[in-house]
Write a protein that binds this ligand. Structure first.
Ligand code: NDP
Length: 335
């Protein structure tokens, strides 16, 4: 049957259709497929706006039979406004006729899939009994990261730091109510990470918020915030002393200030990257071999993560009748 409809999936529906635990498994499959060479994944194209702080990014990928692209703006200053820092859509196409199957809210997918990838890294790298979590940053990613960490480790105590007292206190109240955990807001990042077994850095900072000297032996870090070559959330010591894993080598070599800056300082070389997450999933890279080792996952975010999420969301939406259908076009005009 000829169908020219496109499905629109708004924020609330994405949250229902992309549960965290399942998204972690979908990310494992997507990253393993990427490592196996089953994806087309160019580096993202980022146009710098205004002072260079804001950006417009296009992230295309083909993953098996799934074709898609995320088109977003990134406005870090939005943390002081009612708007999210990342806004836009994921366009999802079929590979039979190239039809546009779905237009999906990108803010919610980005929030969930990024945390899910950190969840995967934590599942693969953190010590199994890790129960003390520290989160630096109290925005959108902080919320989904808490959920992801609870999905993969027996988290009992959460330390939260952000510069704004109001925001860190509010986050602690929200987290206590949502997860029934012991959640403590701290006025400094150093206090927050003291004794932490898992640390997530999810700030928009361009300069280090986490110092290696503060990180306990055995800790696992998910470094999520800085995603351009000129920004870093970790000082060099935090990177040098850790076993470093990335979502993708090519992206890290081009976009990861947390890796590039210590490398350019001569502290490490390219061989400091011990593996991609996909290699870990496939058993092609060594993981942690000692409970006292510090491990670090540098996240940049890949379009395959968005396309894999879009495929799941679309299939689920079809099965459950969720979303809004429109006729956008695409049917050949009658003669
Ligand atoms: P939000 O805007 O929701 O929150 C940002 C947080 O960072 C707030 O807590 C904010 O303010 C804090 N912050 C801002 N500037 C600084 C600074 N100079 N020093 C310390 N803290 C600062 O952003 P998101 O949660 O959506 O994103 C967080 C980070 O993750 C961003 O850098 C974003 O680009 C990145 N990201 C990475 C992805 C990936 O795949 N790796 C995907 C999506 C986002 P305050 O301290 O006042 O609380």
């Amino acid at each position: 049957m000829t169908d020219a409809r496109t499905l629109i999936v708004p924020h609330g529906d994405v949250e229902r259709l992309l549960p965290m635990a399942e998204c972690i498994d979908v990310m494992a499959d997507a990253l393993a497929a990427t490592t196996r060479g089953d994806a087309l994944l160019p580096l993202r194209q980022v146009l710098r706006l205004h002072s260079g702080r804001d950006a417009f990014a296009v992230m295309p990928a083909v993953l098996g039979n799934a074709i898609g692209a995320k088109v977003i703006t990134v406005f870090p200053g939005n943390d002081a406004t009612p708007y999210e820092s990342h806004m836009g859509v994921i366009l999802y196409f079929d590979d039979t006729h190239g039809r546009l199957l779905a237009i999906i809210d990108a803010s919610s997918v980005t929030a969930i899939r990024t945390a899910a990838v950190s969840g995967l890294a934590t599942r693969l790298l953190a010590n199994p009994g890790a129960s003390r979590l520290a989160i630096l940053g109290a925005g959108v990613q902080a919320m989904t990261h808490l959920e992801a960490m609870c999905a993969v480790r027996p988290i009992r105590r959460v330390a939260i730091w952000s510069r704004s007292e109001e925001r860190r206190v509010h986050f602690a109240e929200w987290a206590r109510a949502r997860f029934a955990l012991d959640v403590i807001p701290f006025a400094t990042a150093e206090e927050a990470v003291h004794g932490a077994e898992v640390i997530c850095t999810v700030t928009s900072s361009r300069a280090p918020v986490l110092h290696g000297a503060w990180v306990a032996p055995g800790a696992h870090i998910n470094a999520v915030g800085a995603s351009i070559a000129s920004a870093r959330e970790l000082d060099s010591a935090a990177v040098v002393q850790s076993l470093l894993y990335v979502d993708r080598r090519e992206s890290a070599m081009n976009e990861a200030g947390d890796f590039l800056m210590p490398r350019d300082e001569g502290e490490i070389d390219n061989s400091h990257i011990r593996g991609e997450l996909g290699e870990l999933v496939l058993g092609r890279a060594p993981g942690r071999t000692d409970a006292a080792q510090r491990t670090l996952f540098k996240s940049l975010g890949l379009a395959v993560e968005d396309v894999a999420s879009a495929r799941l969301i679309y299939d689920r939406a079809l099965a459950t009748g969720v979303g809004i259908w429109i006729e956008l076009g695409g049917l050949r005009p009658a003669p």
